[in-house]
Each structure stands twice: as structure tokens, then as C-alpha cells.
Write a protein that binds this ligand. Structure first.
Ligand code: CUA
Length: 179
């Protein structure tokens, strides 16, 4: 009877000893792992990555209340059903993410520094500011503080880049920067 080679058990300890090539590749990948691990520590300095480290725990209901109060206070218009808000610099700016929208649309002044409080009231979303390609996670229960100083006037898009459900691809927002 013919035996199918795929059904034959491999020899015992078939992986020993390591061949020369295998050793070389193992060492190369290990060194690469260690190098990539070290990048986490020095790249924030060398690459001028100034990701803020400020975040707090928050009750999503409380965050929603404060975000709504913020909108009520500084709303100046509406864009496709989303309130447009023009906050003064120095004031806490709320940006709320929920399935499937970012609220409100922010209207900011070029050159001013804003303290943006970012959170979700239902599930994990992603904050991707385009075309600058700045990306942050937005988690319910946590406020992430983003210090933003717009350098150029124009319209910037927000895109959710964490899959959050059937309307994920529709989840966009906007930041308008005025001169
Ligand atoms: Cu929100 Cu994807």
C-alpha cells in the first residue's frame, strides 16, 4: 500500500540543530525586534512627536452633559444637522464621538491654542485629522486632552478610523480654521 507522505509523523526533535541560515535569520529578526522596541522610546524625541500625555477618566453621561452645555453656549450655526461651534481660545473645547458622528463642527482661529477634550459616549472610535494625518483613539470613559494650534486656515476633515459598526464609513466630522 502506498503511504501519503503528509500522513507520516515528522522525526522526533526534527528542529534540532538549527542550520546556519536559520540561525542567521533568527538573530536578524531578534535584532530587528529589539530595534523596533527601542524606537518607541527615542522616536517621540527625535521625530518631534509631541503627543500629549494628558488624559482623565470620565463618566460618559457627564461628558455628554458638558459637551451639550458647551455647544449651547458657543453655537454659531449648523452644518448638515450638526451644530457649528466657535469657542474662544483658552476655553475647554468639547469634541464628542458617538455612533456615527463627531459633534460639534469646530470653528477655530488660526494661531490660537485650544485645549480639546476628546471622548466617546458609546464605544471605541478613532479620531483621524485629515489631511494632517494625526490619529488618536477615542474611548468611552476617558477624556483625551489634545492641545491644538492651527497653523493654516482651511477645512479639515475628521474620519473615524476604528471600526465601530455598520455606519463606520459614514462617521466623519469637520474642523474649520479661520484666518
Ligand atoms: Cu466611529 Cu468607526
Amino acid at each position: 500500500m502506498r503511504t501519503l507522505s503528509a500522513l507520516v509523523a515528522p522525526e522526533r526533535v526534527w528542529w534540532k540543530p538549527l542550520g546556519k541560515d536559520e540561525k542567521a535569520w533568527f538573530i536578524a529578526s531578534l535584532l530587528w525586534c529589539l530595534f523596533m522596541f527601542s524606537v518607541m522610546w527615542w522616536w517621540p524625541l527625535v521625530g518631534e512627536q509631541n503627543t500629549p500625555m494628558e488624559s482623565y477618566r470620565v463618566d460618559p453621561k457627564l461628558f455628554q452633559q458638558r459637551a451639550e452645555a458647551f455647544v449651547a453656549r458657543y453655537q454659531v450655526g449648523e452644518l448638515n444637522g450638526t451644530p457649528v461651534v466657535r469657542p474662544p481660545a483658552g476655553e475647554d473645547v468639547y469634541l464628542l464621538a458617538r455612533t456615527f458622528q463627531f459633534q460639534p463642527v469646530l470653528e477655530l482661529q488660526k494661531g490660537q491654542t485650544y485645549r480639546i477634550l476628546l471622548s466617546s459616549i458609546d464605544m471605541e472610535h478613532g479620531f483621524s485629522l485629515q489631511p494632517l494625518n494625526m490619529n488618536f483613539q477615542v474611548l468611552p470613559g476617558y477624556v483625551y486632552v489634545l492641545h491644538l494650534t492651527p497653523q493654516e486656515a482651511g477645512e479639515y476633515s475628521l474620519v473615524c478610523n476604528e471600526y465601530c459598526g455598520l455606519g463606520h464609513h459614514l462617521m466623519t466630522g469637520k474642523i474649520i480654521v479661520r484666518e
